[in-house]
Design a protein around this ligand. Structure first.
Ligand SMILES: NC(=O)C1=CN([C@@H]2O[C@H](COP(=O)(O)OP(=O)(O)OC[C@H]3O[C@@H](n4cnc5c(N)ncnc54)[C@H](OP(=O)(O)O)[C@@H]3O)[C@@H](O)[C@H]2O)C=CC1
Ligand SMILES: O=C1O[C@H](COP(=O)(O)O)[C@@H](O)[C@H](O)[C@H]1O
Length: 514
C-alpha cells in the first residue's frame, strides 16, 4: 500500500488552468504544510501562456490564498514551499520542447541527491492525454532511475472505444500500475469511509443485503449550472460527466464484498465485481430505467437564472442532458432484487451528495397497534458538503405509553477538524506520491463503466428516449417519479448545510411519503 516519504519532482501539465488554481495548488500546499511529503520535492508547472517564474509564483500564491483551507504561513515556511515551484511555457504537442522540460526536472533532481522519482499530472484537455504520455517517453522523461507515475484527470475517453484507444497509447509509455486515473469522489473522506463503516461495524454487515435493505438512493445534486464549461459539457452531459465515474464509484463502494485483504488490488477486485454484476440495459430498455433532463430558466435563491440552452457557448437547440436519474440492479446473491436509484443534476435546489440506505419495514403485526406509524430505518451517508452519517431509528415518545417516534443518531465527520477535513485532491495526490492506487480507477473499472453507459448514450442519440425539461431550482423532471413509484419508493429529503433536522417525511412522529 503506502510507501514511506521519498523525494520527488511533480510535473504539472495544465498548471495555469482552472483545476490547478482551484484544487491542485491548494492541495499541494496543504500536503506540504501538514508535513505529508518529503522535504525534498519540487513542482514544475507546464502551461502554454508565456510568463516568467515570478509571475507564475504570484499566480500560485493568489490561487492558494483564495482557495486553500489553510491560510498562507508567513515567512520561511511559505518561502520554502514557493521556492520549489518552477514554470515552463511550452506546447505539449511539440515533442522537441520536452528536452527543456527534462533539463528543468534534472536540475531539480540534482539538488535532491540525484534521486529521480517523477510524478506527471495531466490536468489538460483530455485530447492531449495520449500525446503527452507519448512525448514524455520520446523526450526521455520516463527513462529515469526511480519510480515514475502518471496521474490523469477525467474524462478517460468519451466511450469504450475511445477509452481503449487512449489506454493503448498510454500503455506504451506507462505500465498499468504506474497509471493513476483520478476520480475525485474517491478522494472524499466519506466515500472512503464507506468501507470502514461497513467492514468495521458488526451492526451493518449482517443486514447489508437484499433480505434487509429495501432500496438505496444515491444523490449528487448541484446548484451551479454549466458555468463556463459549456465547450466541454456540451459533449459530455451528466451521463459522462457524473454517472460513468462518480455515481458508479459510489455504487461500487456501497455494494462491494469485503476484500480478502485491505490491500489495493484486493479492494479494486471487489469493486470491479460489482460492475460485472451491474445489469446492463439494452438500448430498447433504456426508457424504462433511465430518465434524462435539461434545466430551463427558473429561480435559485430568489434570482432568476438562465435555462441551459441560453447559457454561453450552448447550442440553442442543444439536447445535452444536465440531469440523469436511473434505477440500477446489481445482479448478485447479495443484491438481487434491490433497486438502486441514482440521480445527479445541475441547477437543483441543494448542493448535496449523499447515500440513503433504506431498510425494510418491520412486519405489520396486529398486536402492535402503532405499526402503521413506524417507518423504515435509514442509514444516511453524507458525503458533501456535510460529512457524516445519520441513523434513523424508531423509539417510544417520552411520556407516552405507546406512541412511536422517529429518532436520529447523527455523526459529524469534520466538525472537530480545524479548517475542515482534507480535500479530495489532497488525499489523492498524497496517495499517488506514496504509490497507493487504491482510490484510483483501474482500467477494467473504466472499461466496464463505459460498457454500462454506452448503450444509454446510443439510445439517446437515436432519439429513443425523451429529453425532459425541469425548471432550474427543482429536483429534476417529474417523469423521474415513475422510476420509483413502481417500487412504492420516494426520494428521501436531502439536507445540505442545514443544522440537524428530521427529514420532512418524519416530522410529527409520522412517516409520510411525499
Ligand atoms: N476545472 C474543473 O473543475 C475540473 C476539471 N477536470 C479536468 O481537469 C483537466 C483540466 O481542466 P481545467 O483546468 O478546467 O482546464 P483549463 O482549460 O482551465 O486549463 C487547461 C490547461 O491546459 C493548458 N494547455 C492547453 N493546451 C496546451 C498546450 N497545447 N500545451 C501546453 N499547455 C496547454 C492551459 O495552458 P494556458 O492556460 O497557459 O493556455 C491550461 O493550463 C481536464 O481534463 C478536465 O476535464 C476535472 C474535474 C473538474
Ligand atoms: O467531476 C465533476 O464534479 C463536479 C462536482 O464535484 P463536487 O466535488 O463539487 O461534488 C461537477 O460540478 C463537474 O461537472 C464534474 O466534471
Amino acid at each position: 500500500m503506502r510507501e514511506s516519504k521519498q523525494p520527488f519532482v511533480m510535473v504539472l501539465f495544465g498548471a495555469t488552468g482552472d483545476l490547478a488554481k482551484r484544487k491542485l495548488f491548494p492541495a499541494l500546499y496543504a500536503l506540504y504544510r501538514d508535513g505529508l511529503v518529503h522535504e525534498h520535492f519540487a513542482i514544475v508547472g507546464v502551461g502554454r501562456s508565456e510568463m516568467g517564474q515570478a509571475e507564475f509564483r504570484k499566480m500560485v500564491q493568489d490561487s492558494i490564498a483564495k482557495h486553500s483551507r489553510l491560510s498562507i504561513a508567513e515567512g520561511q515556511a511559505w518561502e520554502n514551499f514557493i521556492g520549489r515551484v518552477d514554470y515552463v511555457a511550452l506546447d505539449v504537442n511539440n515533442s522537441e520542447t520536452y528536452a527543456l522540460l527534462r533539463q528543468m526536472v534534472e536540475a531539480r533532481e540534482k539538488t535532491m541527491d540525484d534521486t529521480s522519482n517523477r510524478l506527471f499530472y495531466l490536468s489538460l484537455a483530455p485530447e492531449l492525454f495520449g500525446t503527452v504520455a507519448t512525448n514524455l517517453r520520446l523526450g526521455g522523461l520516463t527513462q529515469n532511475q526511480g519510480w515514475k507515475r502518471l496521474i490523469i484527470e477525467k474524462p478517460f475517453g468519451k466511450d469504450l472505444e475511445s477509452a481503449r484507444a487512449l489506454n493503448e497509447v498510454i500503455s506504451q509509455s506507462f505500465r498499468e500500475e504506474e497509471v493513476y486515473r483520478i476520480d475525485h469522489y474517491l478522494g472524499k473522506e466519506m466515500v472512503q469511509n464507506i468501507e470502514m463503516l461497513r467492514f468495521t461495524n458488526m451492526l451493518f454487515e449482517p443486514v447489508w443485503n437484499n433480505r434487509y435493505i429495501d432500496n438505496v438512493q444515491i444523490t449528487a445534486s448541484e446548484t451551479l449550472g454549466v458555468e463556463d464549461r459549456a465547450s466541454y459539457y456540451e459533449h459530455s452531459g451528466a451521463l459522462r460527466d457524473m454517472v460513468q465515474n462518480h455515481m458508479l464509484q459510489m455504487l461500487m463502494m456501497v455494494c462491494m464484498e469485503p476484500p480478502s485483504k485491505f490491500e489495493t488490488e484486493a479492494i479494486r477486485d471487489e469493486k470491479v465485481k460489482v460492475l460485472r454484476s451491474l445489469r446492463r440495459y439494452a438500448e430498447d430498455e433504456i426508457s424504462q430505467y433511465v430518465v434524462r433532463g435539461q434545466y430551463t430558466t427558473g429561480e435559485m435563491k430568489g434570482q432568476q437564472v438562465l435555462g441551459y440552452r441560453d447559457e454561453a457557448n450552448v447550442a440553442p437547440d442543444s439536447d445535452t442532458e444536465t440531469f440523469v436519474a436511473a434505477k440500477l440492479y446489481v445482479n448478485n446473491f447479495r443484491w438481487s432484487g434491490v433497486p438502486f436509484f441514482i440521480r445527479t443534476g445541475k441547477r437543483m435546489p441543494k448542493k448535496a451528495t449523499e447515500i440513503v440506505v433504506q431498510f425494510k419495514e418491520v412486519p405489520l403485526l396486529n398486536n402492535f397497534t402503532h405499526a402503521g406509524a413506524v417507518g423504515p430505518n435509514l442509514l444516511v451517508i453524507r458525503i458533501h458538503p456535510m460529512e457524516g452519517m445519520t441513523l434513523y431509528l424508531n423509539a417510544k415518545k417520552p411520556g407516552t405509553d405507546d406512541k412511536v417516534v422517529p429518532i436520529a443518531m447523527d455523526f459529524c465527520n469534520n466538525c472537530d477538524i480545524e479548517g475542515g477535513s482534507p480535500e479530495a485532491y489532497e488525499r489523492l495526490i498524497h496517495d499517488a506520491v506514496h504509490g497507493d492506487s487504491t482510490f484510483f480507477t483501474r482500467w477494467d473499472e473504466v472499461s466496464l463503466a463505459w460498457k454500462f453507459v454506452d448503450p444509454i448514450r446510443r439510445a439517446w442519440d437515436k432519439g429513443l428516449v425523451p429529453l425532459h425539461d425541469y425548471q432550474a431550482g427543482t429536483w429534476g423532471p417529474k417523469a423521474v417519479n415513475f422510476l420509483l413509484s413502481e417500487d412504492d419508493v420516494n426520494w428521501w429529503y436531502v439536507r445540505d448545510n442545514e443544522a440537524f433536522t428530521l427529514p420532512a417525511q418524519m416530522q410529527d412522529g409520522v412517516f409520510s411519503r411525499r
